[in-house]
Design a protein around this ligand. Structure first.
Ligand code: PEP
Ligand code: MN
Length: 341
């Protein structure tokens, strides 16, 4: 048996909802009505006849009628929504421009970050990355500097006119991180932390959502819909590879999945080659293939002294290596028609 979902816009009146209810009741259909973020949905657990579907589709405030509650609604480009620009701080990211985000894995100290920021800025980087709340596999690894890190990060970003992206691990940290950061990062491990996603849907800042290393594209997009359905449309997806079986590589980046993602959603999609490669020697290869495969940008870990980095030391590019990579990206950009940075 098919189920149907009727998505109702957030501005609907009680009477408009009652009108839909009447049609469903008249046809003796089982349904429940529930909130889906700021919007609401009717979930009908039976087939609805074609004429009723058409009637409902034309009703006021009905946004979409879709078969099967696991289908994509808000992230899908099937309903006429197009990729446009994204407002980041006071800057409009025209999403056909190839975005560069770079910086250390974690914020460590002001002097080092200043060195990184000054150099990456010259290469066209718009956004300085660096976590102050770090999701580490071991509780004995460096967990980030917390608010002290956010303060350093913000200070350095302001000094060089860079935007700031920082990760939020827990819903309770969202207000604090939002005070400082221009973009909120939700990491791979939290991709299905639904309370965090819903809270991120209520803020007025872009959210970078990273794909979990064990999730499908569909689960990834449905996770993004938790943010979208709360009213925040400023979502950027980040592909960072999924776990494979072969320890020779860290997280597998599949250009075909990236293409599939771009064909399915109107949301911009960037690629993080650092967490995919897990080794600085392979970051460039993945970065370049992401560019030719249609990514909208890259997020890359860069450190002034990678060997001394307190987290992800193996995969961080030296500033010189990053410079060389950006040169290569510029050459490829000319061929594929993308402006880098
Ligand atoms: C990161 O970007 O620093 C990070 C922890 O990445 P991921 O969530 O993809 O593992
Ligand atoms: Mn990292």
């Amino acid at each position: 048996m098919k189920s149907m979902v009727i998505l109702i816009s957030q501005s609907s009146k009680k009477s408009e909802i009652k009108d839909i209810e009447k049609i469903l009741k008249k046809s003796n259909l089982n349904f429940i009505f529930q909130k889906a973020g700021k919007k609401s949905v009717f979930i009908v657990s039976q087939d609805i006849c074609k004429s009723d579907i058409e009637k409902i589709r034309k009703m006021n405030k009905v946004e979409k009628v879709v078969e099967n509650e696991k289908k994509l609604f808000l992230s899908s480009n099937q309903f006429g929504k197009k990729r446009g620009y994204l407002q980041i701080g006071d800057w409009k990211w025209q999403t056909n421009d190839f975005l560069l985000i770079a910086g250390p894995c974690a914020i460590e100290d002001e002097e080092g970050l200043d060195n990184i920021a000054k150099n990456v800025k010259k290469l066209g980087v718009k956004i300085l990355r660096g976590g102050s709340f770090k999701p580490r596999t071991s509780p004995y690894s460096f967990q980030g500097l917390g608010e002290i890190g956010l303060k350093i990060h913000k200070k350095v970003c302001d000094r060089y006119g860079l935007f700031m992206i920082s990760e939020v691990l827990d819903r309770s940290d969202l207000p604090l991180v939002s005070e400082y950061a221009d973009i909120i990062q939700i990491g791979s491990r939290n991709m299905q932390n639904f309370p965090l996603l819903k809270a991120a849907g209520k803020i007025n800042k872009p959210v970078l959502l990273k794909r979990n290393f064990g999730s499908t594209i569909k689960e990834f997009l449905l996770a993004s819909e938790y943010i979208l359905s709360e009213g925040n449309e400023k979502v950027v997806l980040c592909e960072r590879g999924v776990r494979g079986f072969d320890p020779a590589g860290k997280n597998v980046f599949d250009p075909a999945s990236l293409q599939k993602l771009k064909e399915t959603t109107w949301l911009p999609v960037i690629v993080d080659p650092s967490h995919s490669a897990g080794d600085s020697r392979y970051v460039g290869t993945i970065a370049k293939s992401a560019l030719v495969s249609g990514a909208d940008g890259l997020m890359i870990e860069v450190h002034h002294e990678p060997r001394k980095a307190l987290s992800d030391a193996n995969q961080a590019l030296k500033i010189k290596e990053f410079e060389k990579l950006v040169k290569d990206l510029n050459k490829i950009g000319e061929v594929v028609g993308k402006r880098i940075g």
